[in-house]
Design a protein around this ligand. Structure first.
Ligand code: SAH
Ligand code: SF4
Ligand code: F3S
Length: 458
């Protein structure tokens, strides 16, 4: 029998890459691999890359650089680079990272064993394949009992058909394909059967999901209903929503479907309709706000987050001021903010939008956005202090082993002291919030756990 091989994966990027890493592990396990505890005891190292900004791309190259010495010392170790940079750059990445044995795109994950076999020829190669195939087949998750956490991701779509002018994703992930609803529901049920209690449906634009054929065309709202009915599933979330496709019916699900959690990540990118137009986002400031207001009317305690890009080509001081005023108007719970990063072959370049905002202006705008938001986030977190919230307990806190952590329905992270003699992991626990930190909350367990759900068999 061949000795067991060990794989170590370092991941970068978004929810799509997180999902992909778990599939890689499953595929490699069937090929005789088990997880390594560090790069030092790995036979195969995979860097799963992200191409969204220049900095993200650099991260994978520096990670590969740090492995140069290890590769020299242990030439038998294989280094593979997967993910979006691998897909976009192919051979060019192979040339830039001389220590990489091969690169592979996100759609090549099922072929990993074959790629490892091919490597034995001794020649380096880039496996990017064709990403826009007819009848695209999703790779089903095949979790084993020990793998499943309280929260799980389930992909509902690949690729993206939008053409936001700044974005590389349509190139790295190809055309949008919706995963059949039956596969989605079956996968959710598999995770729940193994102990997951919360599922996040993932895609780059979940609102344009279209694999059901409902008469009103709102397939995503219908998918929420179908998934929400999976027995044993306590909480349902989804990322990422695109404002232009986010419908009233999907907003109504916050009120109508008990498992749909009061949390919405609705990336706005900029507060000025003129900037949004240059970004080719497909909505105005006013249309965005109308949808948010409707969602908040459905669910007054909705927690909201967004993505912001500052320093987009042509962004004037006045346009930027509209981003700040939007933050004040909406009062997001949380934001993810970035300076514009010019990406190869994106529509922005073809639209002759030169990266003309100077780096120091971009940095100053980013700082301003983050300063304004820090206070808003603080205020929003403080609204919980003194209240008892329902926390889905995920496990031991990262800060202290005597504490547990979990999230409120709105996705706010709560740390609280472990009550002696109670194993609350996977349960909904009432927790009184006692203090608000910068990004997380602290609380105290407030009574007997309400639900102990049986593990539902598949
Ligand atoms: N599909 C999601 C976003 C995926 S990328 C959506 O449309 O909302 C995550 C975030 O990265 C984007 O929302 C955007 O804020 C940021 N981003 C994407 N391309 C970027 C670029 N070229 N420069 C800076 N930030 C970028
Ligand atoms: Fe990129 Fe726009 Fe697609 Fe999001 S919706 S992945 S920002 S092209
Ligand atoms: Fe990055 Fe690819 Fe996700 S570019 S953001 S890992 S889809």
């Amino acid at each position: 029998m061949e000795p067991t091989k060990r794989v170590y994966i370092q991941n970068f990027g978004c929810q799509m890459n997180d999902y992909d890493v778990d599939r890689m592990i499953e595929v490699l396990r069937k090929d005789g691999f088990e997880a390594a505890t560090s790069v030092e005891d790995a036979d195969l190292i995979v860097l799963n890359s992200c191409a969204i900004r220049e900095k993200s791309e650099h991260k994978v190259q520096s990670a590969a650089g740090r492995l140069r010495e290890l590769k020299a010392r242990r030439p038998g170790v294989t280094l593979a680079i997967g993910g979006c940079v691998a897909q976009q750059e192919g051979d060019r990445l192979l040339r830039r990272v001389p220590t990489a044995d091969f690169t592979f795109g996100p759609d090549q994950i099922p072929a990993l064993p074959a790629l490892l076999a091919k490597m034995r020829d001794g020649r380096r190669f880039a496996a990017t394949g064709v990403i826009d195939v007819e009848d695209y087949q999703f790779l089903d998750a095949d979790p084993q009992p020990g793998d499943v956490k309280v929260t799980a991701l389930v992909t509902i779509q690949k690729g993206c058909d939008n053409h936001c002018a700044y974005c590389v994703v349509p190139q790295t992930r190809g055309r949008e394909v919706s995963r059949p609803a039956g596969e989605v529901v079956a996968e959710v049920a598999r995770f729940v059967a193994l102990g997951a209690r919360e599922v996040t449906l993932v895609g780059q634009n979940v609102n344009s999901y279209h694999a059901i054929g409902t008469p009103d065309g709102d397939d995503f709202a219908e998918l929420l209903r179908l998934v929400g009915a999976v027995p044993g599933l306590l909480r349902l979330r989804y990322i990422t929503s695109h404002p232009k496709d986010f419908t009233h019916k999907v907003a109504e699900a916050f009120r109508q479907l008990p498992s749909v959690m009061p949390f919405l990540h609705l990336p706005v990118q900029a507060g000025s309709s003129r900037t949004l137009k240059r970004m080719v986002r497909g909505y105005t400031r006013e249309e965005y706000l109308e949808k948010l207001d409707y969602a908040r009317a459905q669910c007054p305690d909705l927690s909201l987050s967004t993505d912001i890009i500052v320093g987009y080509p042509g962004e004037t001081d006045a346009e930027f001021a509209e981003t700040l005023s939007l933050l004040e108007r909406v009062e997001y719970d949380n934001i993810y903010s970035f300076t514009y990063s010019e990406r190869p072959d994106t529509p922005a370049l073809k639209l002759l939008q030169r990266d003309d905002v100077p780096a120091d202006v971009k940095d100053a705008r980013l700082l301003q956005v983050q300063t304004v938001q820090r206070q808003i986030t603080q205020r929003r977190l403080e609204r919980f202090v003194g209240r008892v919230g329902e926390v889905l307990v995920e496990g031991e806190s990262r800060h202290a082993s005597h504490q547990l952590c979990g999230r409120l329905p709105g996705n706010e992270m709560v740390n609280f002291d472990r009550p002696p003699g109670l194993d609350l992991v996977g349960q909904l626990a009432p927790v009184r919030i006692t203090a608000a930190g910068t990004y997380t909350l602290t609380g105290a367990y407030a009574g007997a756990a309400r639900t102990r759900l049986p593990v539902v068999s598949a």
